[in-house]
Design a protein around this ligand. Structure first.
Ligand code: G3H
Ligand code: 13P
Ligand code: ZN
Length: 332
């Protein structure tokens, strides 16, 4: 058993309490590589922001869970080296799909886990979330649960709406499961294609797609039912058009990629939404920089040459999110 406390990590309890009270959200950035980790830590230190570094099942398969855990420990030491004496870094399991994977992460230094039972029948979701909570709380690890299903891009708007979190269920679910935070479905979704062109309108001036608004009415109803309870938004990348344009200009093919407008995330951050998950924007920032660099420098083949601008571009994006969207800067 390795406790996250030995690694200098923190759980999400205090972070969320302060974020809800202060009207801002904590960034939850996925990471798979050293360059992402470095960019996240540099951005968090420079902006004095708490941060959640999160690891998906895919990341564990790609990079190995043990390596990622040591990278998170390294992140804490790196933050101190960069001049932040008491970094607030949580290591979180993203979309854990079984009690066993949550337990394994808790036993191996994670300070927070998500059990994602959103696709399960309601009672089963409660039962497994509760099992995870009971185990996690013995070690002061915090647990995120999910209620309501995030839309897939293939979903019709009407089908997507039927998957939204039902406000009438949130009190029963959070009380009986004992979860510390709740991910909800109000119209966000994973990936770089959050809406089909048919679900959007087009800006007549730019021709760019304008997505439909998030269901703030549902968010507000949930807040009324659970005052002050930490709410999480998955699928919150904005899919910056300049990065998409760069990728497409240098040989990529991402037609009609579209994300959640930043104004809406800014608004959500001021509410009980206190954790905002961003992965795709980091992938886009990295890919755009690498494509551009390699196209402009065809004779270069040292990965450090193209990973350096990729890391810088991700850091710029992370800082922008922290300062201009989530408002978690100057909180350390
Ligand atoms: O929620 C999904 C995250 O973007 C992680 O994606 O499973 O491809 O690592 P992944
Ligand atoms: P994006 O694909 O919008 O970045 O969402 C990431 C996420 O929700 C990770 O859990
Ligand atoms: Zn997610």
């Amino acid at each position: 058993m390795t406790s996250y406390k030995e690694l200098g990590l923190v759980n999400t309890r205090e972070m969320f309490k302060k974020a809800v009270a202060g009207g801002y959200a904590i960034p939850a950035f996925n990471f798979n590589t050293m360059e992402q980790m470095q960019a996240i830590v540099q951005a968090a230190v420079e902006t004095k922001s708490p941060v959640i570094m999160q690891v998906s099942k895919g990341a564990r398969n790609y990079a190995n869970g043990t390596i990622l855990r040591y990278m998170a420990q390294g992140a804490v030491e790196y933050a101190k080296e960069l001049g932040c004496p008491e970094p607030q870094i949580a290591l979180h399991l993203d979309h854990g799909d079984s009690f066993e994977i949550c337990k394994e992460c808790i036993d191996n230094g994670f300070s927070s886990v998500m059990f994602d039972g959103s696709h399960l029948p309601y009672e089963e979701n409660i039962a497994i979330t509760k099992q995870v909570v009971e185990y996690a709380h013995k070690y002061d690890v915090t647990v995120e649960a999910e209620l309501g299903v995030l839309a897939g891009v293939e979903d019709e708007v009407s089908a997507a709406e039927s998957h939204y979190t039902k406000p009438e269920e949130v009190i029963d679910f959070s009380t009986r499961s004992g979860c510390d935070s709740l991910a909800i479905s109000i119209g966000t979704s994973h990936g770089a294609y959050k809406f089909t062109p048919e679900q959007c309108t087009r800006d007549p001036k730019t021709g760019k797609l304008v997505p439909p608004p998030l269901a703030f009415d549902i968010l507000h109803q949930i807040e009324e039912k659970l005052p002050g309870f930490p709410i999480v938004l998955h699928g919150s990348s904005s899919v910056p058009q300049d990065e998409v344009d760069t990728i497409n200009a240098y040989g990529g093919k991402l037609p009609d990629a579209v994300g959640i407008p930043e104004e809406q995330l800014r608004e959500a951050s001021k509410s009980a939404v206190c954790k905002i998950n961003i992965d795709s924007d980091s992938r886009l920032a990295m890919t755009a920089a690498i494509r551009k660099y390699l196209a402009e420098n065809p004779s270069h083949f040292d990965p450090r040459q193209y990973l350096k601008p990729a890391r810088e571009n991700m850091k710029k994006m992370y800082i922008h999110k922290i300062v201009n969207v989530l408002g978690s800067n100057d909180k350390l």
